[in-house]
Design a protein around this ligand. Sequence first.
Ligand code: ZN
Length: 138
Amino acid sequence: MEKVIRYKCDYCGELFSSEEWCLEHEKAHKRSEKANMMLDEGKTLEGINNECHLWPEVPKYLKNVTKDNCFVVSYWQCCDKPAYRIVSITHKGRLELWGCGSWNGYYGGEFKIGNDNLKDPRPKEELFVDPRYEELYW
Ligand SMILES: [Zn+2]
């Protein structure tokens, strides 16, 4: 029999066999906490990355993107309009998008920062919210 020590992340409860890894992992949470605060304040991804160092670099087309920009992700809800906005940044540095591209309501998911679906950010004026959803449920 062997007694085993584990280290538990304060944020998500994930267990680690090394204190170092656990601390490193918690640092990532801390970085994303700050990143999300900045995102909410309307800072650009480039500005966020300069402070929080989440990614080696922000692709050119995303540098000036904020939470207000919207993206087309046609395979999510068969919606070819820009319905999805960045709502958070995960501790793994992924971008979580969320929006209402279909009559059945809101939907979302995560992308890595270099993902092709993020290549064409649209201005906030183009945000699409499927009007059929509100007609049906409100
Ligand atoms: Zn954690």
